[in-house]
Design a protein around this ligand. Structure first.
Ligand code: NAP
Ligand code: GCO
Length: 261
Protein backbone atom coordinates (compact mmCIF):
# COMPACT_ATOMS: atom_id res chain seq x y z
CA UNK A 1 0.00 0.00 0.00
CA UNK A 2 1.33 3.43 -0.91
CA UNK A 3 0.19 6.70 0.71
CA UNK A 4 -0.76 7.88 -2.79
CA UNK A 5 -3.57 5.35 -2.58
CA UNK A 6 -5.38 7.86 -0.33
CA UNK A 7 -5.12 10.52 -3.03
CA UNK A 8 -8.07 11.54 -5.22
CA UNK A 9 -5.86 13.26 -7.80
CA UNK A 10 -7.45 13.02 -11.26
CA UNK A 11 -10.78 11.85 -9.86
CA UNK A 12 -14.19 13.46 -10.46
CA UNK A 13 -16.68 13.42 -7.59
CA UNK A 14 -20.41 14.20 -7.58
CA UNK A 15 -21.79 14.98 -4.14
CA UNK A 16 -25.56 15.41 -4.06
CA UNK A 17 -27.23 18.09 -1.93
CA UNK A 18 -23.86 19.64 -1.17
CA UNK A 19 -24.45 23.41 -1.00
CA UNK A 20 -23.79 23.19 2.73
CA UNK A 21 -23.80 20.74 5.63
CA UNK A 22 -22.26 17.30 5.48
CA UNK A 23 -22.17 17.26 1.68
CA UNK A 24 -20.20 20.49 1.53
CA UNK A 25 -17.67 19.14 4.05
CA UNK A 26 -17.22 15.88 2.13
CA UNK A 27 -16.80 17.75 -1.18
CA UNK A 28 -14.23 20.03 0.50
CA UNK A 29 -12.32 16.98 1.73
CA UNK A 30 -12.35 15.47 -1.75
CA UNK A 31 -10.99 18.74 -3.16
CA UNK A 32 -8.19 18.74 -0.59
CA UNK A 33 -7.38 15.18 -1.69
CA UNK A 34 -7.16 16.31 -5.34
CA UNK A 35 -10.60 15.58 -6.79
CA UNK A 36 -12.67 17.81 -9.07
CA UNK A 37 -16.09 18.59 -7.58
CA UNK A 38 -19.61 18.52 -9.01
CA UNK A 39 -22.55 19.16 -6.70
CA UNK A 40 -26.25 19.73 -7.06
CA UNK A 41 -29.05 21.22 -5.09
CA UNK A 42 -32.73 21.46 -5.62
CA UNK A 43 -32.94 25.22 -6.22
CA UNK A 44 -30.77 27.66 -8.22
CA UNK A 45 -30.43 30.01 -5.28
CA UNK A 46 -29.05 27.16 -3.19
CA UNK A 47 -26.62 26.18 -5.96
CA UNK A 48 -25.53 29.83 -6.16
CA UNK A 49 -25.10 29.90 -2.37
CA UNK A 50 -23.05 26.74 -2.58
CA UNK A 51 -20.90 28.09 -5.43
CA UNK A 52 -20.13 31.17 -3.37
CA UNK A 53 -19.12 28.99 -0.42
CA UNK A 54 -16.93 26.79 -2.59
CA UNK A 55 -15.29 29.85 -4.19
CA UNK A 56 -14.65 31.28 -0.73
CA UNK A 57 -12.94 28.00 0.16
CA UNK A 58 -10.86 28.20 -3.01
CA UNK A 59 -12.70 25.29 -4.62
CA UNK A 60 -13.59 25.48 -8.33
CA UNK A 61 -16.74 23.34 -8.01
CA UNK A 62 -19.44 23.12 -10.64
CA UNK A 63 -23.05 23.33 -9.43
CA UNK A 64 -26.16 21.88 -11.04
CA UNK A 65 -29.84 22.38 -10.25
CA UNK A 66 -31.27 18.89 -9.83
CA UNK A 67 -34.01 17.35 -7.71
CA UNK A 68 -32.52 13.92 -6.99
CA UNK A 69 -36.00 12.36 -6.83
CA UNK A 70 -36.67 13.30 -10.47
CA UNK A 71 -35.24 10.60 -12.75
CA UNK A 72 -35.24 12.82 -15.84
CA UNK A 73 -33.38 15.61 -14.02
CA UNK A 74 -30.90 13.08 -12.62
CA UNK A 75 -30.23 11.59 -16.06
CA UNK A 76 -29.78 15.07 -17.56
CA UNK A 77 -27.47 16.16 -14.73
CA UNK A 78 -25.41 12.98 -15.04
CA UNK A 79 -24.93 13.68 -18.75
CA UNK A 80 -24.03 17.33 -18.03
CA UNK A 81 -21.42 16.34 -15.43
CA UNK A 82 -19.88 13.75 -17.75
CA UNK A 83 -19.91 16.31 -20.56
CA UNK A 84 -18.24 18.92 -18.32
CA UNK A 85 -15.71 16.65 -16.59
CA UNK A 86 -15.41 13.63 -18.92
CA UNK A 87 -16.34 11.08 -16.26
CA UNK A 88 -17.69 10.43 -12.74
CA UNK A 89 -15.41 8.36 -10.52
CA UNK A 90 -17.08 8.98 -7.15
CA UNK A 91 -20.74 9.47 -6.24
CA UNK A 92 -21.86 10.50 -2.76
CA UNK A 93 -25.60 10.14 -2.20
CA UNK A 94 -25.80 12.80 0.48
CA UNK A 95 -29.01 14.73 -0.26
CA UNK A 96 -31.60 13.98 2.37
CA UNK A 97 -34.51 15.22 4.42
CA UNK A 98 -36.07 14.29 7.73
CA UNK A 99 -39.58 14.82 9.09
CA UNK A 100 -39.86 14.41 12.86
CA UNK A 101 -43.54 13.49 13.28
CA UNK A 102 -45.06 10.79 15.55
CA UNK A 103 -46.09 7.92 13.28
CA UNK A 104 -49.78 8.12 14.16
CA UNK A 105 -49.74 11.81 13.16
CA UNK A 106 -47.64 11.34 10.01
CA UNK A 107 -49.47 11.31 6.69
CA UNK A 108 -48.64 8.68 4.11
CA UNK A 109 -47.66 11.59 1.85
CA UNK A 110 -45.05 12.78 4.34
CA UNK A 111 -43.79 9.23 4.81
CA UNK A 112 -43.47 8.75 1.06
CA UNK A 113 -41.64 12.08 0.62
CA UNK A 114 -38.92 11.06 3.08
CA UNK A 115 -38.57 7.63 1.47
CA UNK A 116 -38.44 9.32 -1.94
CA UNK A 117 -35.51 11.60 -1.09
CA UNK A 118 -33.59 9.38 1.33
CA UNK A 119 -33.97 5.99 -0.38
CA UNK A 120 -35.49 6.20 -3.87
CA UNK A 121 -33.15 9.03 -4.90
CA UNK A 122 -29.91 7.15 -4.04
CA UNK A 123 -31.28 4.30 -6.20
CA UNK A 124 -32.08 6.72 -9.06
CA UNK A 125 -28.73 8.53 -8.95
CA UNK A 126 -26.69 5.34 -8.51
CA UNK A 127 -28.53 3.78 -11.47
CA UNK A 128 -27.66 6.83 -13.58
CA UNK A 129 -23.91 6.81 -12.81
CA UNK A 130 -23.25 3.04 -12.70
CA UNK A 131 -23.13 2.52 -16.51
CA UNK A 132 -20.25 4.98 -16.82
CA UNK A 133 -18.44 3.39 -13.89
CA UNK A 134 -18.84 -0.06 -15.43
CA UNK A 135 -17.53 1.24 -18.77
CA UNK A 136 -14.43 2.84 -17.18
CA UNK A 137 -13.73 -0.22 -15.03
CA UNK A 138 -13.93 1.47 -11.62
CA UNK A 139 -16.16 3.55 -9.39
CA UNK A 140 -16.98 4.50 -5.81
CA UNK A 141 -20.48 5.02 -4.47
CA UNK A 142 -20.84 6.31 -0.90
CA UNK A 143 -24.34 6.43 0.63
CA UNK A 144 -24.83 8.68 3.64
CA UNK A 145 -26.67 6.45 6.08
CA UNK A 146 -27.38 7.24 9.73
CA UNK A 147 -27.64 6.00 13.31
CA UNK A 148 -31.17 5.30 12.15
CA UNK A 149 -29.81 2.68 9.78
CA UNK A 150 -29.42 0.64 12.99
CA UNK A 151 -31.61 2.24 15.65
CA UNK A 152 -35.13 3.61 15.92
CA UNK A 153 -36.43 6.45 17.99
CA UNK A 154 -39.68 8.31 18.44
CA UNK A 155 -40.91 10.51 15.54
CA UNK A 156 -38.49 9.34 12.83
CA UNK A 157 -40.28 6.27 11.41
CA UNK A 158 -39.94 7.34 7.76
CA UNK A 159 -36.35 8.44 8.13
CA UNK A 160 -35.31 5.23 9.92
CA UNK A 161 -37.12 3.10 7.33
CA UNK A 162 -35.32 5.00 4.55
CA UNK A 163 -31.87 4.88 6.16
CA UNK A 164 -32.27 1.21 7.05
CA UNK A 165 -33.19 0.56 3.45
CA UNK A 166 -30.22 2.64 2.29
CA UNK A 167 -27.90 0.36 4.28
CA UNK A 168 -29.33 -2.63 2.39
CA UNK A 169 -29.24 -0.80 -0.97
CA UNK A 170 -25.55 -0.16 -0.23
CA UNK A 171 -24.97 -3.87 0.34
CA UNK A 172 -26.91 -4.76 -2.80
CA UNK A 173 -25.03 -2.37 -5.08
CA UNK A 174 -21.80 -3.80 -3.64
CA UNK A 175 -23.05 -7.32 -4.36
CA UNK A 176 -24.31 -6.61 -7.87
CA UNK A 177 -21.43 -4.43 -9.16
CA UNK A 178 -18.37 -5.46 -7.15
CA UNK A 179 -17.29 -7.58 -10.11
CA UNK A 180 -16.80 -4.37 -12.13
CA UNK A 181 -14.33 -2.96 -9.58
CA UNK A 182 -17.06 -0.73 -8.18
CA UNK A 183 -17.16 -0.33 -4.41
CA UNK A 184 -20.34 0.84 -2.71
CA UNK A 185 -20.11 1.68 0.99
CA UNK A 186 -21.99 3.78 3.49
CA UNK A 187 -21.01 6.39 6.01
CA UNK A 188 -23.21 6.46 9.11
CA UNK A 189 -22.73 9.83 10.80
CA UNK A 190 -23.68 10.13 14.44
CA UNK A 191 -25.30 13.34 15.60
CA UNK A 192 -23.61 16.11 13.63
CA UNK A 193 -23.90 19.90 13.95
CA UNK A 194 -25.69 20.89 10.72
CA UNK A 195 -28.90 22.76 9.84
CA UNK A 196 -30.73 19.42 9.87
CA UNK A 197 -30.07 18.90 13.59
CA UNK A 198 -30.26 22.55 14.61
CA UNK A 199 -33.77 22.10 16.10
CA UNK A 200 -32.36 19.43 18.44
CA UNK A 201 -29.43 21.55 19.62
CA UNK A 202 -31.24 24.61 20.92
CA UNK A 203 -29.85 25.49 24.39
CA UNK A 204 -31.59 23.48 27.09
CA UNK A 205 -33.30 21.17 24.58
CA UNK A 206 -33.57 17.80 26.40
CA UNK A 207 -32.41 16.01 23.25
CA UNK A 208 -29.08 17.82 23.44
CA UNK A 209 -28.40 16.40 26.92
CA UNK A 210 -29.65 13.01 25.74
CA UNK A 211 -27.22 12.83 22.84
CA UNK A 212 -24.27 13.98 24.92
CA UNK A 213 -25.07 11.18 27.41
CA UNK A 214 -25.29 8.65 24.58
CA UNK A 215 -22.00 9.72 22.99
CA UNK A 216 -18.76 8.51 24.67
CA UNK A 217 -16.99 11.47 23.06
CA UNK A 218 -19.53 13.62 24.97
CA UNK A 219 -19.91 16.02 22.09
CA UNK A 220 -21.92 16.51 18.92
CA UNK A 221 -20.03 15.57 15.80
CA UNK A 222 -18.72 18.20 13.41
CA UNK A 223 -18.86 17.86 9.63
CA UNK A 224 -15.04 17.89 9.71
CA UNK A 225 -15.18 14.53 11.55
CA UNK A 226 -16.57 12.95 8.39
CA UNK A 227 -13.91 14.24 6.01
CA UNK A 228 -11.20 11.63 6.56
CA UNK A 229 -13.56 8.62 6.48
CA UNK A 230 -15.10 9.95 3.25
CA UNK A 231 -11.70 10.36 1.56
CA UNK A 232 -10.75 6.84 2.64
CA UNK A 233 -13.91 5.31 1.14
CA UNK A 234 -13.52 7.39 -2.05
CA UNK A 235 -9.87 6.41 -2.54
CA UNK A 236 -8.00 3.38 -3.85
CA UNK A 237 -7.01 2.66 -0.24
CA UNK A 238 -10.48 1.10 0.23
CA UNK A 239 -10.66 -0.94 -2.98
CA UNK A 240 -11.32 -4.14 -1.03
CA UNK A 241 -13.90 -2.55 1.28
CA UNK A 242 -17.35 -3.16 -0.17
CA UNK A 243 -20.86 -3.18 1.26
CA UNK A 244 -19.64 -1.74 4.56
CA UNK A 245 -21.25 1.06 6.57
CA UNK A 246 -18.56 3.03 8.37
CA UNK A 247 -20.16 4.62 11.44
CA UNK A 248 -18.60 7.95 12.39
CA UNK A 249 -20.56 8.45 15.58
CA UNK A 250 -18.12 9.09 18.41
CA UNK A 251 -19.02 5.63 19.75
CA UNK A 252 -22.81 5.99 20.07
CA UNK A 253 -23.57 2.54 18.65
CA UNK A 254 -21.06 0.92 21.04
CA UNK A 255 -22.32 2.64 24.18
CA UNK A 256 -25.30 1.91 26.48
CA UNK A 257 -25.19 5.51 27.68
CA UNK A 258 -23.71 7.46 30.56
CA UNK A 259 -24.43 5.83 33.93
CA UNK A 260 -26.58 7.96 36.28
CA UNK A 261 -24.26 9.81 38.70
P1 NAP B 1 -29.00 19.28 5.53
O1 NAP B 1 -28.19 20.31 6.21
O2 NAP B 1 -30.49 19.32 5.66
O3 NAP B 1 -28.63 19.28 3.95
C1 NAP B 1 -29.31 18.38 3.12
C2 NAP B 1 -29.04 18.84 1.70
O4 NAP B 1 -29.78 18.00 0.80
C3 NAP B 1 -29.53 20.27 1.48
O5 NAP B 1 -28.62 20.97 0.66
C4 NAP B 1 -30.84 20.03 0.76
O6 NAP B 1 -31.24 21.10 -0.06
C5 NAP B 1 -30.50 18.85 -0.09
N1 NAP B 1 -31.71 18.19 -0.62
C6 NAP B 1 -32.80 17.82 0.08
N2 NAP B 1 -33.70 17.28 -0.76
C7 NAP B 1 -33.16 17.31 -2.01
C8 NAP B 1 -33.59 16.90 -3.31
N3 NAP B 1 -34.78 16.35 -3.50
N4 NAP B 1 -32.77 17.10 -4.36
C9 NAP B 1 -31.55 17.69 -4.19
N5 NAP B 1 -31.08 18.11 -2.99
C10 NAP B 1 -31.88 17.90 -1.92
O7 NAP B 1 -28.55 17.85 5.98
P2 NAP B 1 -27.17 17.33 6.59
O8 NAP B 1 -27.27 17.33 8.05
O9 NAP B 1 -26.02 18.00 5.89
O10 NAP B 1 -27.29 15.82 6.11
C11 NAP B 1 -26.79 15.40 4.87
C12 NAP B 1 -27.04 13.90 4.82
O11 NAP B 1 -26.50 13.30 6.00
C13 NAP B 1 -28.51 13.54 4.81
O12 NAP B 1 -28.69 12.39 4.00
C14 NAP B 1 -28.80 13.19 6.27
O13 NAP B 1 -29.89 12.29 6.39
C15 NAP B 1 -27.52 12.55 6.66
N6 NAP B 1 -27.22 12.52 8.09
C16 NAP B 1 -27.19 13.69 8.81
C17 NAP B 1 -26.81 13.61 10.15
C18 NAP B 1 -26.73 14.81 11.03
O14 NAP B 1 -26.63 14.62 12.27
N7 NAP B 1 -26.76 16.01 10.50
C19 NAP B 1 -26.48 12.40 10.72
C20 NAP B 1 -26.57 11.24 9.94
C21 NAP B 1 -26.93 11.33 8.62
P3 NAP B 1 -32.39 22.08 0.52
O15 NAP B 1 -31.70 23.04 1.39
O16 NAP B 1 -33.01 22.70 -0.69
O17 NAP B 1 -33.39 21.23 1.31
C1 GCO C 1 -32.84 12.73 14.69
C2 GCO C 1 -31.59 13.20 14.00
C3 GCO C 1 -30.83 12.02 13.44
C4 GCO C 1 -29.63 12.49 12.67
C5 GCO C 1 -28.85 11.37 12.14
C6 GCO C 1 -28.30 10.48 13.21
O1 GCO C 1 -33.85 13.42 14.61
O2 GCO C 1 -32.75 11.66 15.32
O3 GCO C 1 -31.91 14.12 12.97
O4 GCO C 1 -31.66 11.26 12.63
O5 GCO C 1 -30.01 13.29 11.59
O6 GCO C 1 -29.54 10.65 11.17
O7 GCO C 1 -27.39 9.58 12.61
Amino acid sequence: MEMKDFSLEGKVAWVTGASYGIGFAIATAFHKAGAKIAFNDIKQELVDKGLASYREAGIDAKGYVCDVTDEAQVQETTEKIINDFGKIDILVNNAGIIKRIPMLEMSAKDFRQVIDVDLNAPFIVSKAVLPGMIKQGHGKIINICSMMSELGRETVSAYAAAKGGLKMLTRNIASEYGAYNIQCNGIGPGYIETPQTAPLRTPGHPFNEFILAKTPANRWGKTEDLMGPAVFLASDASNFVNGHVLYVDGGILAYIGKQPQ
